[in-house]
Design a protein around this ligand. Structure first.
Ligand code: GCU
Length: 622
């Protein structure tokens, strides 16, 4: 399976002819378009969120896979109905009478019988649609874990691999006036050659975990844009006068006009597309207030071309490295953050609602954080939108977590397309300052080459942000930690994970440790210890909240001695579900390194960080 969603064209003539009696000739003729729509959350769409019928297709999932492993187009995808009272015996499944699951949402926390289910679950949804002449319609899926196979009215539309990034599939040719139905098979089975691979330390929630909608667009439409502050050699107020970027109009012939307006900044200009439909620009707004945590200024940016128009809310800022310092709009910054999994506070399950995101940011704000590492995969776009508004800087990552099949070219292809999907969705989010290409991967030459190439690919896709990765802790030599992982050479900012006081050594040993680290900005991208909320005891009593505080206090002693440290990111803001955490009464299926329990109860360590961040007592920006 190719990584970018595979759009299925003419290959399935039998299927097309079977399903398309009502389809217009032109709809059949035009090849489905491959694209990834930017700014869908700012477009008027037909939401398909809500109750979807579901059926569980237990291994070997014969409703989906034939015995040779190939995907069946004549299985549950046809959404036929069993002949109950009369007629010959036929397929033994029926969506119409099946129970429903909420979309967006994972299936694990909705149906107790599916709590630990990893495999194939089918979704079916009926919807009405009225085709509009001279338009194209796309099925937009915010994310679906892990592999997705999509049919509309029995027509195979597309496949997608990757559980945390959006994809769009053109359904124009399949849709008809009146009632239609969509069938999506989601397969959350973990695979060795998957990204992530099999041994993850987070809960493998399956399903249509983010918003699903139909996006109808004129035949020429804006599918991508980039508007950011032009990056000059050195930062100075004088050279924050230029906005640069492009607008891409799908289907537009050369010379097609595109208007770009930023009313508040006095921008109102008309651009022209080139042969590829791209209208590039450099323009000088009257004045620009730059985005920062203190002043998270967002501008309404209006794009229009032909029949199509959309608006986005975009902030402008400059982020760069200067030696071992990180500069935001030319000023040195220190990142006071927390790691977070995309798990909903209080109810657990995948975070996918405004409420979930509001709760998460409530804790970040309470913590006096100015930064969040969205581990270990792109989160719901609501997170970046809220970070933009709240002035919280973001580390966004693709899930190349620990052991990955780095020796396989097809895995590299998957990685580049997940990278593309992540960057394309969030390139206009001022809050996102770091793209991460991996976490704690084994230090060997094949891996280093793979990730170095990926880091350079990220720079090609977006030269306005910093590239990072979280590196494993080096081995202790006496009382010295020497980080000599060659991957650091490919990074702008180095993330250092270490668990001194929990996985290795005693908390107080940190006081004596010195670090040799690359002369680059360093983030302590993970550190911490487990504590069961409500368990109290001595500072050396593992699982007690006091012990977690003790580990962090000694960490602060060690970190304050490392001049290159420009940020600290405790693992983790909130206890989260993990299949590998099975100590009853203490873990009960949760990683307990949170500063807050999964049901929102703050541990003592939360208040330690709240105070330290308020007083800026850990680390230095300069
Ligand atoms: C690792 C890893 C995390 C994991 C954490 C832990 O560093 O990156 O995903 O959850 O350690 O062991 O708690």
């Amino acid at each position: 399976m190719t990584s970018f969603s595979t759009i299925l064209g003419g290959g399935h003539s039998a299927l097309v002819s079977f399903a398309c009696c009502a389809l217009t000739l032109s709809a059949v003729a035009q090849q489905p378009l491959k694209t990834l729509l930017v700014g869908v959350d700012h477009r008027s769409v037909t939401s398909l969120n809500g109750e979807w019928h579901y059926l569980v297709d237990q291994p070997p999932a014969k409703g989906l896979y034939a015995s040779d492993g190939k995907v069946r187009d004549n299985g549950y995808a046809l959404n036929t109905h069993p002949n109950i009272d009369s007629g010959p015996h036929n397929e033994e499944y029926d969506f119409a009478t099946a129970p429903t699951l909420k979309v967006p949402g994972d299936w694990n926390t909705q149906d107790p019988t599916l709590f630990r289910f990893e495999g194939v679950v089918w979704y079916e949804h009926d919807f009405n649609f009225q085709p509009t002449p001279n338009t194209r319609t796309f099925l937009h899926i915010g994310a679906a874990n892990y592999k997705s196979f999509v049919w509309v009215n029995q027509m195979r539309i597309c496949d997608h691999e990757g559980g945390f990034t959006p994809f769009d599939c053109e359904v124009t040719a399949a849709l008809k006036a009146g009632s239609n139905f969509g069938v999506i098979a989601g397969d959350s089975t973990r695979e060795v050659d998957g990204i992530p691979s099999v041994g993850i330390d987070w809960f493998n929630y399956g399903g249509l975990t983010r918003d699903v909608s139909l996006v109808t667009l004129p035949t020429q439409f804006i599918d991508d844009y980039d508007v950011h502050l032009k990056r000059e050699g050195t930062f100075s107020a004088a050279n924050t006068k230029t906005l640069t970027g492009y607008v891409h109009v799908e289907g537009a012939p050369e010379g097609t006009p595109v208007t770009l307006r930023i009313p508040e900044a006095g921008v109102n200009t008309t651009l022209k597309t080139d042969r590829e439909g791209r209208a590039s620009f450099d323009l000088q707004p009257n004045s620009l207030a730059l985005w920062s945590p203190e002043t998270p200024k967002l501008y309404k940016v209006e794009f229009a071309s032909g029949q199509d128009k959309l608006t986005d809310d975009i902030g402008f800022r400059d982020i760069r490295v200067d030696g071992t310092r990180i500069l935001l709009n030319g000023k040195p910054i220190f990142l006071q953050g927390a790691n977070m999994h995309a798990e909903a506070p209080y109810r657990t399950g995948r975070a996918c609602t405004d409420e979930d995101v509001k709760n998460i940011f409530g804790f970040l704000k309470d913590l006096n954080a100015n930064f969040v590492r969205l581990a270990h995969y792109p989160h719901d776009e609501r997170m970046e939108r809220t970070a933009d508004r709240e002035g919280i800087m973001v580390w966004s990552e693709i899930p190349l977590w620990q052991h990955i099949s780095f020796d396989k070219p097809e895995v590299y292809a998957k990685a580049t397309s997940m990278l593309n999907e992540m960057i394309r969705r969030d390139r206009n989010k001022a809050s996102v300052i770091l793209w991460s290409v991996s976490n704690e991967t084994p230090n060997n030459a094949v891996r280093t080459q793979f990730l170095t190439n990926l880091a350079n690919e990220a720079r090609k896709l977006d030269s306005s942000r910093l590239i990072t990765s979280a590196l494993l802790g080096p081995h202790l030599k006496g009382t010295e930690m020497v980080q000599d992982d060659p991957l650091a050479d490919a990074l702008d900012v180095v993330g250092q994970n270490e668990y001194i006081g929990w996985y290795e050594m005693r908390p107080e040993d940190a006081d004596k440790i010195t670090w040799t680290l690359p002369q680059k900005p360093i983030l302590i991208s993970e550190f911490g210890a487990e504590a069961k909320q409500g368990v109290h005891g001595g500072k050396d009593e593992r699982w007690a909240e006091e012990q977690q505080v003790n580990v962090y206090e000694h960490q602060f002693v060690m970190i304050n001695k490392i001049p290159q440290v420009r940020g600290v990111v405790p693992w983790v803001l909130m206890d989260f579900r993990s299949p590998t955490r099975n100590i009853p009464k203490l873990q009960d299926g949760f990683n307990r390194k949170g500063l807050v329990s999964e049901d929102g109860k703050k541990k003592l360590a939360f208040y330690l960080f709240q105070t330290s961040y308020k007083e800026h007592s850990v680390g230095k920006a300069n």
